[in-house]
Design a protein around this ligand. Structure first.
Ligand code: IPM
Ligand code: MG
Length: 363
């Protein structure tokens, strides 16, 4: 297969984790004979530095001309600490999501037995957790009207029924391949947009009665994720609730650095780790590259390269089993970012094809 991939390393650890993902892609290319055509673009603070803008038309065109996009991270503390700055790195990613219509963001949350002890939560509570957050990504309070006067500011949360319907339908499709269960997370006791979510999802549920649908409020969901995370299979929610819930849920797995994600639209897709730019770790070769590498695995799976994707998952499982993990998961004898990449590269190249078993991330 020939695939054109746009690479947007962005800020902080983005660059160094993507180097590891490219290593893994190279191993897959060498083993299976695919051709990955890689082109780099600027986004975030890196783009502001060079172009004065968090994303340029050139990067947008590059993304549109590619089959898919791999993103590292965006964000720089330089901008976080100055509320007056108008141009910010995050705007680059938000613009990209908006322009490419990437409304459906999937964030799988899954525990590895070997890492149960790393999480601050009880092992009996988090064993065998496996759920997916379906986060709406191009509406809601992130994209509503905003304003600011001297002593007042506002952000508005707006949702169109069609947008809710589209992501909800995707969640129902995936539920059918998993455990036929969806939990809608909202704040329908207070917010009008949440009531529209509930109404829309109930209408779809009526027509898809093979799927069990529960409805819970966001405040309760935050608590239930910690108390009884195994009760969830698919969590469907809006843009901001999904942002918050996914960071919270990462604690179950042991590290935010482990989580992959994919964002779909009707025409484009973007793969990125859930973690941020982790500026304290930049250039130190200590960041966890697995969130990005598992995003590559999701990408290959969604492009029909199942065997290749399973092989990456298997290599990742093996590295975790052997205790080859970065400092976020391993305080005693941590590996460096590039050591993880090297291990996975060699593992993939040296394993016999018939040993590759089915190990999927989402379904
Ligand atoms: C995420 C991030 C982004 C978001 C930031 C970087 C704009 O936190 O993907 O979860 O808030 O969506
Ligand atoms: Mg976030």
């Amino acid at each position: 297969m020939v695939m054109k991939i746009a690479i947007l390393p962005g800020d902080g650890i983005g660059q160094e984790i993507l180097v590891q993902s490219l290593k893994v892609l190279k191993a897959i290319k060498l083993k299976f004979g695919h051709k990955f055509i890689i082109s780099k673009g600027l986004i975030g603070a890196e783009s502001i530095k060079t172009n004065g803008l968090p994303i340029t038309q050139e990067t947008i065109n590059l993304c549109k001309d590619s089959d898919t996009i791999l993103l590292g991270a965006v964000g720089d503390p330089l901008y976080d600490n100055d509320p007056k700055i108008k141009i910010r790195p995050e705007q680059g990613l938000l613009e990209l999501r908006r322009i490419l219509g990437l409304y459906c963001n999937l964030r799988p949350i899954k525990t590895y037995n070997k890492l149960l002890k790393v999480s601050p939560m009880k092992q009996s509570v988090i064993k065998n957790v496996n759920f997916v957050i379906f986060r709406e990504l191009t509406s809601g309070i992130y994209f509503g009207k905003k304003g600011r006067s001297q002593d007042e500011a506002y952000d508005t949360c707006t949702y169109k029924k069609n947008r809710i319907k589209k992501i909800a339908m995707k969640a129902f499709e995936t539920a059918r391949q998993r455990n036929k269960k969806i939990t809608l997370v909202d704040k329908a006791n207070v917010l009008e947009t949440s009531r529209l979510w509930r109404e829309t999802v109930k209408e779809i549920a009526q027509k898809n009665q093979d799927i069990k649908v529960d409805y819970i409020f966001i405040d309760n969901a935050c608590m239930q994720i910690i108390l009884k995370p195994r009760q969830f299979d698919i969590l469907l929610t809006d843009n901001m609730f999904g942002d918050i819930l996914s960071d919270e849920a990462s604690v179950i797995t042991g590290s935010l650095g482990l989580l992959p994600s994919v964002s779909f639209g009707d025409h484009y897709s973007l793969y990125e780790p859930v973690h941020g730019s982790f500026p304290q770790a930049k250039g130190k070769n200590i960041a966890n590259p697995l969130g990005s590498i598992l995003s590559v695995s999701l990408m290959l799976e969604n492009f029909g390269l199942k065997k290749e994707s399973f092989l990456i998952n298997r290599a990742v499982n093996e590295s975790i089993k052997l205790g080859l993990t970065t400092q976020d998961l391993n305080t005693k004898k941590p590996c460096t970012t590039s050591e993880i990449g090297d291990f996975l590269f060699n593992y993939i190249l040296n394993i016999k094809n018939d040993q590759v078993k089915s190990t999927q991330i989402i379904s």
